[in-house]
Ligand binder design. Structure first.
Ligand SMILES: Nc1nc2c(c(=O)[nH]1)N[C@H]1C(S)=C(S)[C@@H](COP(=O)(O)O)O[C@H]1N2
Ligand SMILES: [Mo]
Length: 448
């Protein structure tokens, strides 16, 4: 390639999306100013579509809008030769430059069988968690299960006990739904976490495909005194939980795929229960048995674990629903502000009770609030992406977000939450996470 030939101003390519003609190249000098003008107009126009930005009169000025000057855009190495050969039959991977984007494993001396990893929320855009970055929580490691051998038994208070192979499960009419999944221990009742992943990464969101649990239960036929369904996992923990029948007949799913491909082993391959909006531990992975009963079994997971000890010594039990929560993912802990001026504050919000209706953002540690815009579609019991354009003046600031859901429930501060619940419990902390921005641009957890 002729390296020396002057290349057109980058603005021609990016603004018009068409290759420069001889004419436009000749005119480059005068056209450059026009294009820059047009580009600013474009930025202004697109900026106005963001709620509040027009009102603030905030100008979007980023490094990309800087004058590239007279220097021709160099021809990169990637244009001088063919690229790598097609991956053929190999499974694809993210770019080699994205190697640092991995799940967070809380540092301990030892790797435990009962363990968890957190989704790198601060690295993700949109609302879908890529499968390789979906949070994990295992009580006794990840079993290896051959789908050709795996069976699901449905028994108890049913007309006909049934035993399904995976092939038989997949013959039922399927459905795909986008739902979040969150561990009730996210993040626990102590303030923890330098980054968004550490602070709240036991939440993820995927498009799940499977069969409504209702379909399978109706196939077996429910007896009149059926009230609960006990789900058991085929892992070394034999994890077992009692699920109220109403949930099983509502939006509960038996899931075999996640974001278009079969479940990952970490997420319960080949089959898991998915209970939208309920605490993660009830969505039994590697599910092998559904027993219909008239009462809950009070398994280990609903007695010694997953009850919430109150200040008065009494414990709340069967606390299914994950209440509204949100977290700013950028700028967030561990990141650095790119400079003063325009900065998009963005994050995720979710509620186990339905849709998020509103997210407010404060840049002065909760003294005043501004309403963020919500990315469509806003789905029930799914992550919702919010954004707020902001003009950082370079002064120290504490930023935080507050979610409201369709029931009118508003996400609390940690102080408000502990005033009601005390500090004995570990689960269901849906308090706000605040990030401190220092004058240097360094972002840290404001409560640590
Ligand atoms: N069989 C089985 N199911 C299980 C678990 C488990 O250890 N074994 N962990 C539970 C917990 S505590 C949570 S939070 C979710 C985690 O799901 P994930 O690993 O797909 O994110 O699965 C639940 N289902
Ligand atoms: Mo969990």
């Amino acid at each position: 390639m002729p390296d020396k030939q002057p290349m057109p101003d980058v603005s021609f390519v990016s603004d018009t999306h068409s290759p420069p003609t001889a004419e436009t190249r000749q005119d480059a000098g005068s056209a450059k100013a026009d294009t820059r003008q047009a580009r600013r107009g474009f930025l202004r126009k697109s900026a106005q579509t963001i709620t509040g930005l027009a009102a603030t009169g905030l100008a979007v000025r980023t490094a990309a809008a800087a004058d590239p000057g007279a220097a021709p855009l160099p021809v990169p190495e990637s244009m001088k030769k063919p690229g790598a050969l097609t991956g053929s039959a190999l499974y694809g991977h993210p770019s080699e430059f994205e190697k640092k984007v991995v799940r967070h494993l809380r540092p301990t001396d030892k790797q435990y069988f009962s363990s968890s990893t957190r989704s790198p929320l601060q690295e993700l855009d949109g609302i879908i968690t890529p499968n390789g970055l979906f949070y994990e929580r295992h009580h006794n490691g990840i079993p290896t299960i051959d789908p050709a051998q795996h069976k699901l038994m449905v028994h108890g208070l049913v007309d006909t006990p049934l035993l399904f192979t995976m092939e038989q499960i997949r013959r039922f009419p399927s459905q795909s739904r986008i739902y979040f999944l969150e561990c009730s221990g996210n993040p626990g009742y102590t303030v923890y976490g330098k980054t968004a992943a550490e602070a709240n990464g036991l939440v993820s969101c995927a498009e799940w495909t499977g069969v409504p649990l209702k379909t399978i239960l109706e196939e077996a036929g429910l007896q009149p005194d059926a009230k609960w369904v006990i789900a058991e996992g085929a892992d070394g923990a034999g994890m077992t939980r009692s699920i109220p029948l109403e949930k099983c007949l509502d939006d509960a799913m038996l899931v075999y795929s996640q974001n278009g491909e079969r479940l990952r082993p970490e997420q319960g391959y080949p089959l898991r229960v998915l209970l939208p909006g309920y605490e993660g531990n009830m969505s039994i992975k590697w599910v092998r048995r559904l027993q219909v009963t008239d009462k809950p079994v009070h398994s280990r997971e609903e007695t010694s674990k997953y009850t919430d000890l109150q200040a008065d010594g009494k414990a709340r039990e069967f606390t299914y629903i994950m209440e509204a929560k949100s977290i700013i993912t950028a700028p967030s802990g561990g990141q650095k502000m790119p400079g003063t001026g325009f900065c998009e504050i963005t994050g995720i919000a979710w509620s186990g009770k339905g849709k998020i209706t509103r997210v407010d953002v404060s840049v002065d540690d909760g003294k005043t609030w501004q309403q963020a815009s919500l990315q469509e579609p806003v789905l029930s019991k799914a992550l919702t992406r919010f954004r707020l354009p902001w003009n950082w003046d370079g002064k120290p600031a504490v930023i935080l977000s507050r979610a409201t859901d369709e029931t009118g429930y508003v996400q609390p501060t940690l102080e408000a939450l502990t005033a009601v619940r005390g500090v004995n419990g570990t689960y269901h902390n849906n308090a706000m996470t605040a990030w401190r921005i220092a004058e240097t641009g360094e972002v840290t957890n404001a409560r640590l």
